[in-house]
Design a protein around this ligand. Structure first.
Ligand code: PHB
Length: 397
């Protein structure tokens, strides 16, 4: 209608059009628009070093879509998955395209901290809610008021081990972390909590995020002879590390291994072999979590995939829940309305009870102390203690 020369239209039609345009600008979209499919833009590392994170989250999203019929509050939802190969410049470009060209109501995914941080300004500028399903550096949620997190934070996992270790006879520890955001968080929060409980960190070692070589650091650990080595490595690196830990005989030398659950990752755990047995670690999700909801989640997931869900999968699954319930609450609107409807959600996840803290937009959840055990011929992270409803310690600095 706007492309016709104005003088050919009767005055009444023009007035009606002007009113409609004004109403359209400030009120709900016209009926035709209200029925349009809502799009969610998911950016994941489907290739490259962190491809297992993409594989896990993508599978969990497909399960969520199958279980809900892809409908949120009666509206059809379409998920557009893009592969950033773990490269931040690509994540940023893809996010821009998803917002501008596809007009997504939410961005989601983000397999590594730098990828989430690169996208934060786009979420802020376009007022697009951004659900971080994987990345876990504490400060991420502070990078944009539009970020909501469904994964976890490294301070949550690390304080749990820093508390458990000295209370269980482990007094002298060397730490080993991947040298970037979540590794720095793990190192700091583990050490602080160890000290508080009478323990000691005698050396702090780091390996590069890309293509790490564990041989030199493992030699240093052997020489330092600590009671235990505490490790954080991002999902995907655990198996290689565990192999070298065993090959260098550290387990036989009486050095215990303790870790965040990223290392004894359910995606790889079953292939790690005996060296993983007995490793005590802390995390928010185990495929062996003994709730009815988790048993169903694992069974449904394994009916669709040849692998078991790990903590990345549960972050993706719960992130979809947060978006879908948000869209129900906002009646399909995006922006501030969707963000508001995401804040404060309380629900049962396959991991246990969770809350999206309305103030911090971060997840509050139970953290479990687990031990790797063989059951029915398979390796599992078996939970034996719980720190209930832990807020991100990194937020209370
Ligand atoms: C991160 O980059 O924030 C990250 C990636 C994988 C993990 C944990 C944290 O397992």
């Amino acid at each position: 209608m706007t492309s016709l020369p104005a003088r050919r239209l009767p005055l009444k039609t023009l007035a009606a059009a002007a009113v409609a345009a004004l109403v359209g600008a400030f009120a709900a979209p016209p009926i035709a628009l209200a029925q349009e499919t809502l799009k969610i833009g998911v950016i994941l590392p489907m290739t490259g070093q962190s491809a297992s994170t993409g594989k896990q989250i993508d599978a969990a999203i497909k399960l969520w879509m199958a279980q809900t019929g892809g409908k949120a509050g009666g509206r059809k939802v379409e998920v557009i998955v893009k592969d950033d190969a773990g490269v931040a410049d690509t994540t940023r470009r893809l996010a821009q395209e998803l917002v501008v060209n596809d007009k997504v109501v939410a961005l989601a995914g983000f397999g590594l901290t730098p990828l989430a941080l690169a996208t934060a300004p786009i979420a802020t500028q376009s007022k697009t809610p951004m659900v971080v399903m994987a990345a876990a550096t504490s400060a991420i949620t502070e990078a944009s008021p539009f970020i909501v997190r469904s994964s976890f934070t490294l301070p949550q996992a690390a304080v749990a081990m820093g508390e458990w270790a000295p209370k269980n006879g482990i007094k002298k520890v060397v730490t080993l972390v991947a040298d970037y955001g979540p590794g720095n968080d793990a190192e700091k929060w583990f050490a602080d909590r160890m000290l508080l409980n009478g323990g000691q960190v005698i050396d702090k070692l780091r390996t590069p995020l890309r293509s790490p070589d564990f041989a030199p650091v493992l030699q240093k650990v052997r020489d330092a002879k600590p009671d235990a080595l505490f490790v954080f490595l991002p999902s995907g690196q655990g198996a290689q590390f565990m192999k070298q830990f065993g090959e260098r005989g550290l387990d036989k030398a009486g050095i215990r291994l303790i870790a965040t659950g990223d290392v004894t990752d359910d995606d790889q755990l079953n292939d790690m072999g005996d060296v993983a047995l007995g490793v005590v670690n802390s995390h928010h999700y185990s495929a062996a979590h003994p709730s009815a909801m988790n048993k169903k989640f694992v069974a449904d997931f394994q009916a669709m995939n040849k692998f078991r869900p790990n903590f990345m999968a549960v972050g993706g699954y719960d992130g979809m829940r947060v978006i879908f319930k948000g869209l129900e609450g906002s009646k399909g609107a995006g922006g501030e309305a969707l963000l508001a409807a995401m804040k404060g959600q309380v629900f049962e996840s396959p991991r246990g009870p969770v809350l999206i803290d309305a103030q911090t937009r971060d997840i509050v959840q139970d953290i479990y102390i687990r031990k790797v055990e063989r059951r029915d011929g398979q390796l599992w992270n078996v939970e034996f203690a719980t720190i209930p409803q832990l807020k991100d310690p990194g937020k209370s600095k």
